[in-house]
Design a protein around this ligand. Structure first.
Ligand code: GMT
Length: 369
């Protein structure tokens, strides 16, 4: 197949999933065209069957807001026509699915160009429910030729919030278990926790600092903070206030996070909302035990007490005591790390999830609506 993929190319779970999906599809013989405003992170140059098309958004003094969605729609139509794409697969509803819908309409007199929208979470739970975007998000879902959601929870939430009638197929996030694999030789000799995110308020990054402060009352642990965003400054300030600044490394945005994850014993994901929790899955594949919150789609990934721990949002005491337990009990940590790796391998590996996308593409192509 010839597939056009659009996503937010910078740091964020949806862009990572879209990029990894494109790489896996190309590996399996498909031709993949990324149509985005910047080169997606994790997309190295010169990979067979991968093409990258940068969307140029020209400015004009009249535009207070350059119309990216329109430039994207125009590029999608041109590229689909020029490269004879079979379909478009857009990640994150707004504005990508509306651009895809326009591209489809531009080409309609000459050929059919179906598009699939994958919902990732905040496009529904935060952006989509915002009155400014509610109607257009609902419309974008209804107009898509296929819709996927990354968890049962997100699917249910989308149906409840928007009352949409069209089918939403659940295809969970996936992980490449060869790239993300345990590397005991990399593991830190001192107890180490890691947090990975875009440091947005929904991630409750400050809770990681609070958990570390609590854990350090009994264990001499450190915390590795990977990523950047609006909550980084407040997190650094809180660390100073709580007297743990020297025990935290803020390393900013990083590629090849698998190398960093493997250094840690525990991953912290204290999010307010998480429609799946890709960072936790990546950690599990590396044999690093996740401690997350019991929200959204996270329970579809983590089974509390088996391959990770779950607690209520903001329950610092519980999350910290679970972390301290794991950091001081190597047998427990080893047992849960093995279970976490098993979950990643058996339920969320690329081998089982990528064919689900391929089958769905075929279904959408075959449905001549
Ligand atoms: O986590 C984020 O805020 C980034 C966001 C995105 O869309 O880039 O991630 C969402 O998509 C990921 C990949 O599908 C999911 O694993 C995350 O759970 C989801 N984030 C939230 O629901 C907050």
């Amino acid at each position: 197949m010839k597939i056009g993929i659009t996503c937010y190319p910078t740091y964020g779970g949806s862009g990572i999933v879209a990029t990894e999906l494109g790489l896996e599809l190309a590996n399996r013989g498909h031709e993949v065209h990324f149509i985005t405003y910047a080169n997606p992170i994790r997309l190295d140059a010169n990979i067979p069957r991968i093409h990258y098309h940068e969307v140029e958004v020209s400015n004009y003094p009249l535009f207070q807001f350059p119309p990216y969605s329109l430039a994207l729609a125009s590029s999608m139509a041109d590229i689909a026509e020029g490269y004879k794409l079979d379909l478009l697969h857009v990640h994150y509803a707004i504005p990508h699915s509306i651009s895809a819908m326009l591209a489809k309409q531009i080409l309609a007199p000459r050929r059919r160009l179906p598009f699939i929208t994958t919902l990732h979470g905040t496009d529904i739970t935060l952006v989509g429910v915002d009155p400014a975007y509610f109607s257009i998000t609902k419309f974008s879902i209804e107009q898509s030729d296929g819709v996927t959601a990354i968890s049962q929870d997100l699917r249910a939430d989308t149906i409840k919030t928007f009352g949409v009638q069209n089918e939403i197929r659940v295809i969970h996030n996936f992980v490449n278990c060869d790239t993300y694999a345990p590397a005991p030789e990399e593991r830190s000799s001192e107890p180490l926790m890691i947090h990975l995110s875009n440091f947005r308020p929904v991630k409750r990054v400050l809770d990681c600092v609070r958990i570390l402060a609590e854990v350090r009352k009994s264990v001499n642990a450190r915390l590795l903070m990977v990523g950047d965003g609006p909550e980084r400054g407040p997190a650094e300030n809180l660390a100073v206030q709580l007297g743990v600044r020297e025990s935290i490394d803020f390393v900013g945005k990083q590629n090849h996070v698998e190398k960093l994850i493997c250094k840690a014993h525990v991953l912290l994901m204290p999010s307010e909302m998480e429609s799946f929790g890709l960072a936790a899955l990546e950690a599990m594949a590396c044999g690093v035990v996740p401690i997350g919150t019991n929200v959204g789609g996270v329970p579809e990934l983590i089974t509390d007490g088996v391959d990770g721990y779950l607690g209520a949002v903001g329950d610092i005491d519980r999350l910290a005591s679970r972390a301290a337990e794991l950091l001081t009990n190597p047998a427990l940590q080893e047992r849960m790390a093995l279970a976490a790796r098993k979950t990643a391998l058996e339920r969320f590996s690329t081998e089982s999830l990528i064919p689900q996308y391929e089958r769905y593409y075929q279904e959408v192509l075959n449905a001549r609506t």
